[in-house]
Design a protein around this ligand. Structure first.
Ligand code: SAH
Ligand code: F3S
Length: 483
């Protein structure tokens, strides 16, 4: 049996930082970088490591021997920001004993707080927003000269398309490729459009080149990343919102997400393709058919819904109501039978009543999600909800509703897991199981973790057939069978 239940684990996803795990001895100076929050931040840290490698920085997993410490931060909920602040204060002692050590903050908190960070946290030398990482060499030079440095400019074009990420936080099997940056959706609770700027897509040629490079290096799975991947649209560069102004020729040759998925699936037929995150309002049947058509595109969709109440969805500016979401779920089930589906849910959005909460539970019962990431509402500065609505659901009620959502999800996860028992499934081996070195862990196409005993003839990166014999709500247990 593996780990804690997935849904509980992900509830705390931004509460613990993860350091890049590999040591890269090449550099004469040492970079220690820790990432918080979403997968995009983990991917961005690999881009940052690549940019700084060119400046002679090797990475280390030992903060004590670092010359430069960077925290890639998350602002999505208040708790995530508090965690970063606590971590920063833990560096005080380190800096007392080694005044030459430089400390920088990257990511969404950097963008949100800008130079205020320097006043609020005296030990911070460097503040860099998500679109300004190319400027790191200059900024680092400045802080090494004894000054403080800030760059939080957001960009219309930056996608880091030509930066080849250093895959040091990697199991050698799976890797992220970022395909869009920013988000235009303006969900009223969400800070991301403010911290990551307007939505723009990356040149598909550079995405395909990165996929092929990963394949050549032995990777077996890629996850295409963006805040809203279904909204991907390449028409030669520039913001998504400016597409209407593009020339007819650019429009005629534009590449949308369904096109991109197919291009990637065909370019690297031996690799598994995953993607995250899908926004219900932007998911098209064309995308669903592309998934159904290609064996190597995983049958799994992360489809955040946030609430089951049409009234709340409207207040959240989610762009769809409950019925439209059900309709999308029905189409997924029809076009991709056996597709894994997961969700994000927020309990206690402003004005949420008991009836709205019951709508959330009944929506979950309709879908019966494989797993989910569940949160209580956290008011974020400058969002529409913060400016125009009162955070009027008390904490006790938020937590009670959240617990009810988590409990129901636990039941559904177990039911869904049980459906796999007795089947033979293809598993991509990722590495040793956390519990035992004599077991492998890997995932099936639906993204459920599978644990099974080693037989001595397989290794990480292999696709093997496993007969599922038992399960918990988060993990399938099985035995390898011959192909
Ligand atoms: N489209 C994005 C969503 C980013 S935020 C993606 O790529 O995943 C991830 C999740 O955090 C959201 O789906 C939402 O469920 C949750 N979230 C965002 N803002 C929040 C807030 N103010 N309070 C509580 N949860 C929030
Ligand atoms: Fe946030 Fe909504 Fe975009 S949750 S990241 S504004 S899709």
């Amino acid at each position: 049996m593996e780990d804690k239940p997935t849904e509980l684990k992900y509830m705390d996803e931004s509460l613990q930082g993860t350091a890049l795990s590999g040591d890269d001895e090449r550099g004469d100076r040492k970079l220690y970088i820790e990432s918080y929050g979403c997968q995009m931040n983990f991917s961005d840290s690999e881009i940052v490591a690549s940019i700084l490698a060119k400046e002679g920085f090797g990475t280390t997993r030992n903060v004590e021997e670092a010359d430069l410490v960077l925290l890639n931060t998350c602002s999505i909920r208040d708790k995530a920001e508090q965690t970063v602040r606590k971590r920063l204060s833990s560096f005080n002692k380190l800096k007392d004993s080694r005044p030459e050590l430089k400390i920088g903050v990257l990511g969404c908190m950097a963008e949100r707080l800008k130079d205020k960070f320097l006043d609020e946290e005296k030990l911070v030398d460097l503040v860099v927003g998500p679109d300004a990482y190319r400027d790191l060499p200059n900024l680092v030079e400045k802080v090494e000269g004894g000054r403080k440095a800030v760059n939080v400019l957001l960009s219309k074009e930056e996608t880091y398309a030509d930066v080849s990420p250093v895959r040091i936080d990697s199991n050698g099997v799976s890797a992220f490729i970022s395909i869009t940056r920013g988000c235009d959706n303006m969900c009223t609770f969400c800070v991301v459009p403010f911290t990551r700027g307007r939505e723009r897509s990356r040149n598909p040629e550079t995405i395909l080149a990165e996929a092929k490079e990963l394949e050549a290096r032995g990777f077996k799975e890629i996850t295409l990343l963006g805040q809203n991947v279904d909204s991907y649209l390449w028409y030669g560069g520039g913001l998504k919102k400016d597409f209407d102004k593009a020339s007819d020729a650019a429009k005629a040759t534009a590449v949308n997400f369904a096109n991109l998925l197919e291009l990637v699936a065909e370019a690297v037929p031996g690799m598994r393709i995953r993607f995250s995150t899908s926004n219900p309002q932007d998911m098209t049947d064309e995308v669903l058919h592309a998934i159904a058509k290609h064996n190597n595109i995983c049958k799994y969709i992360h489809l955040p819904v946030q609430s089951g109440s049409s009234r709340i969805l409207k207040l959240m500016n989610r762009g769809h109501n409950r019925e439209e979401y059900f309709n999308l779920i029905d189409r997924i089930r029809k076009i991709i039978p056996d597709c894994g589906i997961s969700h994000d849910m927020i309990a206690g959005f402003p004005t949420e009543t008991e009836e709205d909460h019951q709508d959330t539970l009944s929506l979950m019962k309709y879908v019966r999600y494989d797993f989910g990431y569940m949160f209580y509402y956290s008011e974020r500065p400058n969002t529409y909800a913060e400016r125009k609505m009162e955070d009027d659901v008390d904490m006790e009620t938020k937590k009670r509703r959240l617990n009810e959502i988590i409990a129901l999800q636990g039941e559904h996860a177990l039911e869904r897991a049980q459906e796999h028992v007795g089947r033979v499934e293809e598993i991509l081996i990722e590495g040793n199981s956390k519990r035992s070195d004599s077991d492998w862990k890997g995932r099936n196409t639906q993204n459920t973790m599978v644990v099974f005993p080693k037989t001595g003839t397989e290794k990480p990166g292999d696709f093997v057939k496993v007969k599922i014999t038992d399960c918990t709500s988060a993990t399938l247990l099985g035995e390898r069978v011959q192909d």
